[in-house]
Design a protein around this ligand. Structure first.
Ligand code: FES
Length: 247
């Protein structure tokens, strides 16, 4: 299978980037998208050219490292699919595939397709923990949690922190990510002790990182590979109001 890649190349955060064209042959339609990039990089090595920098870890849709914009969509053409789970059978012989990094002021480009998403880590540091006694694990049924609450918390916890929501939002807002991280712990009895402080601190850090404001367009929900819904945002706003009242 022959495809043409147009890939964003940028040496570092201060340099000017540009799309460079690469004609590739020998792509197998069973290859994952990242394997196709590996294949392209191997050919660049043989030509003594600099390889394309891109991020990945699990290649199983879990870690959130691999996000890029493919033909204008974060993570490519399919819903609920990360870049690493995308396969070349989603493209046709002779296609031109444009690959760009996630773009946002709070995600500076480190090199080529790799962006610095440490702003997300700093938001999590503000409240992504609970207070629990040390020692052996408590008996599983000592804290009863209804199925509805546990399911809803797990839905929010499905966020893999890839940044597709930020890259897709016209305001580069991180509200979908932040709300998922706040809600999944605040819903559970184990997260109640820090509930209000968690909400205030994580929202404060999100603003400090200069992500844009949310205008509730819903674009983030459409492109989220983990299916995080914008109902999380409404819930976070209600929690923020309550936290302001009680803190
Ligand atoms: S490499 Fe881990 S989610 Fe894609």
């Amino acid at each position: 299978m022959k495809v043409t890649f147009k890939i964003w190349r940028q040496e570092n955060v201060n340099s000017k980037g540009e799309l460079k064209t690469y004609e590739t042959d020998g792509i197998n339609e069973e290859m994952s998208f990242l394997e196709a990039l590996d294949h392209l990089n191997e050919s660049l090595v043989l030509k003594n050219e600099k390889v394309i920098a891109f991020e990945h870890d699990c290649r199983e849709g879990i870690c959130g490292q691999c996000g890029v914009v493919i033909n204008g969509r974060a993570h490519g053409p399919h819903d609920n699919t990360t870049t690493c789970q995308l396969h070349m059978r989603s493209f046709k012989e002779g296609d031109t595939i444009i690959v760009e990094p996630f773009r946002a002021g709070s995600f500076p480009i480190i090199k080529d397709l790799v962006v610095d998403r440490s702003a997300f880590d700093r938001i999590i540091e503000q409240g992504g923990y609970i207070t629990a006694k040390t020692g052996t694990a408590p008996e599983a049924n000592s804290i009863l949690i209804s199925k509805g609450i546990s399911d809803s918390s797990m839905d929010a916890a499905a966020c893999i922190g890839c940044g597709a929501c930020v890259a897709t939002c016209k305001n580069a807002s991180a509200v979908l990510f932040t709300s998922a991280k706040i809600n999944h712990l605040n819903k559970l009895p184990q997260g109640k002790q820090e509930e209000h402080q968690r909400t205030l601190d994580m929202v404060f850090q999100m603003d400090l990182e200069q992500f844009g404001s949310c205008t509730f367009t819903g674009a983030c929900e459409v492109e989220c590979p983990a299916g995080i819904t914008i109902s999380n945002i409404s819930e976070m706003n209600a929690r923020y109001f309550k936290a302001k009242l009680f803190s």
